[in-house]
Design a protein around this ligand. Structure first.
Ligand SMILES: *[C@@H]1O[C@H](CO)[C@@H](O)[C@H](O)[C@H]1NC(C)=O
Ligand SMILES: *[C@@H]1O[C@H](CO)[C@@H](O)[C@H](O)[C@H]1NC(C)=O
Ligand SMILES: *[C@@H]1O[C@H](CO)[C@@H](O)[C@H](O)[C@H]1NC(C)=O
Ligand SMILES: *[C@@H]1O[C@H](CO)[C@@H](O)[C@H](O)[C@H]1NC(C)=O
Ligand SMILES: *[C@@H]1O[C@H](CO)[C@@H](O)[C@H](O)[C@H]1NC(C)=O
Length: 494
């Protein structure tokens, strides 16, 4: 009883098509049965009671299934024909999806008539990738053509993800085709096929885009000293196909031995000096090369000090109307012989109340160099401070420091901006300092050491060089922070 109810339900669910029943002989109408796997379907072949029926045959697509006049024609397993000619198919499977035709043979002179129904067994999807092995490697500039092929009834639709992120595609397309214009288009492309039956299924294609290698470096200026361990580190960010790598010094491959070794950990390539000798100081290059190109990065292994960094501490800076104490730190494995402090008024002007809305007018000359003696410590961290005197009240200055040890001069520090306190009148800059801690000599610009436009230009240019260590960035940040403390009286500064 329950079984019959189920069948009626299934019939009710079924969708009617094309109601051109032939000659009104059939009481049933053609039906598409959308039925789930393992269920049972009853396909009707109901004929008007007045008709004389000689014979009924059922076909699956064009293949004969059963015949009322040939009882010995065996119906396939799971399929039965009832006395009322209905065809019952049990335990439906995907292979039962087909057209089923009932043919009624009537007495002469009437010809046979047919009615065709369909079964669509609802199947959860299965999916296959294109290419089938789920892997595609193309050169940059070529086309990537990937896709998913799914089975399942009804026909599944696709969603795509790239590296786990949904792709904004307008259609639920099965194929994806694009030009490999950039190596970052490489990744894992995953399709999800779903048709509302069972669980969605996924498949992924890994796309590799071949291009020239990409090499990055964190520290290209490597400060060291004789006897220390030093390492040059290059990061091979990208290499497809894999790159050949090598280390060079002045154009020739670096000779490795027990002391100088090459180490590769994942994509980090290191040239390690277990104990630096003086002869090791110099320029080095790391090179990565594949058939699509080459990338190299340069290093300088040097004994000269690292770039110094100014420290900002309002308690220690002790700003007055005419003086300011600068504090800085530098890494050097050798004694610092001297520092050069370069100071000049900052010709920036505050144009609004916003502290960062500064405009600069073209700089004029006037870098003053102050020579500050180094300390006697071996470091590696050297701290120094110097109080600049004879400054103009309510003025913003900029400062740069360089350091020298026995290997030479460091690169200039980032620019520090500082301001003097408001004060009465203007004091003339003194030409000699009365600050005794370091007994510095304050020098006026000299003609043999141009410190006007040319000097300023050199520094500006130097400051624009790619920053080779993270520390430089930090310094710029601290400059920005200090600027926030520029007092509002500066708005009226001439
Ligand atoms: C159908 O029956 C088979 C075998 O008993 C079973 O593995 C399968 O999960 C069933 N399918 C559904 C949709 O219930
Ligand atoms: C079938 O027979 C009945 C009575 O015997 C009659 O009323 C009806 O019109 C017939 N139908 C057709 C389609 O011939
Ligand atoms: C045809 O026969 C089957 C099996 O006896 C039955 O379940 C079905 O309801 C019948 N159909 C009609 C229209 O009588
Ligand atoms: C190292 O390279 C710099 C420029 O990058 C150059 O000025 C210097 O002369 C080079 N040193 C050696 C030893 O080749
Ligand atoms: C100083 O600046 C002036 C004007 O820009 C320029 O002509 C002159 O050459 C500079 N002096 C030196 C020593 O570079």
């Amino acid at each position: 009883m329950l079984e019959i109810k189920k069948l009626i339900n299934i019939l009710a669910l079924s969708i009617l098509i094309n109601v051109t029943s032939c000659e009104k002989v059939f009481k049933s109408v053609p039906v598409i049965f959308k039925i789930y796997e393992n269920e049972t379907v009853l396909i009707p072949c109901y004929i008007d009671d007045n008709e004389t029926v000689v014979r009924v045959r059922w076909y699956k697509n064009d293949k004969l299934l059963g015949d009322t006049l040939d009882q010995h024609h065996l119906l396939p397993p799971r399929i039965r024909m009832h006395a009322n000619y209905s065809l019952q198919v049990d335990a439906l499977g995907a292979h039962d999806t087909a057209d089923y035709t009932c043919e009624v043979v009537r007495p002469e002179p009437w010809g046979p008539i047919k009615q065709t129904h369909s079964i669509e067994v609802q199947c959860s999807p299965t999916v296959r990738t294109i290419p089938e092995d789920g892997f595609l490697e193309v050169r940059k500039g070529e086309y990537v053509d990937i896709g998913c092929e799914a089975t399942g009834t009804p026909k599944p639709t696709f969603e795509w993800r790239k590296n786990g992120e949904p792709m904004a595609l307008l259609e639920h397309r099965a194929r994806i085709k694009f030009r490999a214009e950039h190596r970052l288009l490489a990744g894992v492309y995953e399709c999800t096929a779903s048709n509302g039956v069972g669980d969605p299924v996924r498949a992924a294609i890994r796309v590799i885009i071949q291009d020239a290698p990409v090499v990055k470096v964190d520290r290209s200026f490597v400060h060291t000293a004789v006897g220390l361990r030093a390492a040059l580190v290059a990061t091979l960010e990208f290499a497809a196909p894999p790159a050949n790598t090598a280390w060079f010094r002045d154009g020739s491959p670096v000779k490795t031995d027990d002391r100088i070794v090459i180490m590769v950990q994942e994509n980090h390539h290191q040239l390690i000096f277990r104990s630096v000798r003086k002869s090791d100081f110099g320029n080095y290059t790391f090179r990565a090369e594949n058939k699509l190109g080459m990338a190299d990065v340069s290093f300088k292994l040097t004994g000269i000090p690292n770039v110094a960094s100014f420290k900002v501490d309002h308690a220690l800076n002790k700003a007055t109307a005419t003086s300011f104490t600068l504090i800085w730190e530098v890494d050097s494995y050798s004694t610092i012989i001297e520092y050069n402090l370069w100071i000049r008024p900052y010709y920036g002007r505050l144009v609004s109340a916003e502290p960062d809305a500064l405009t600069t007018v073209p700089q004029e000359n006037s870098w003053s160099k102050i020579v500050v003696p180094g300390d006697s410590s071996d470091g590696p961290i050297h701290s120094a401070s110097y109080t600049v005197r004879g400054l103009t009240p309510s003025t913003v200055y900029e400062a740069i420091v360089t350091s020298r040890n026995r290997f030479g001069w460091s690169k200039p520090s980032a620019v520090l901006h500082f301001a003097t306190e408001p004060g009465a009148g203007r004091t003339l800059p003194s030409t000699s300092s009365d600050y005794t801690d370091f007994t510095p000599t304050l020098e006026e610009p000299e003609s043999d050491q141009p410190q006007n436009i040319t000097q300023a230009y050199v520094f500006e240019r130097l400051n624009e060089l790619p920053m080779s260590d993270a520390g430089t960035r930090e310094k710029f940040d601290s400059v920005a922070i200090l600027m926030l403390f520029v007092p509002s009286f500066l708005i009226t500064f001439s």
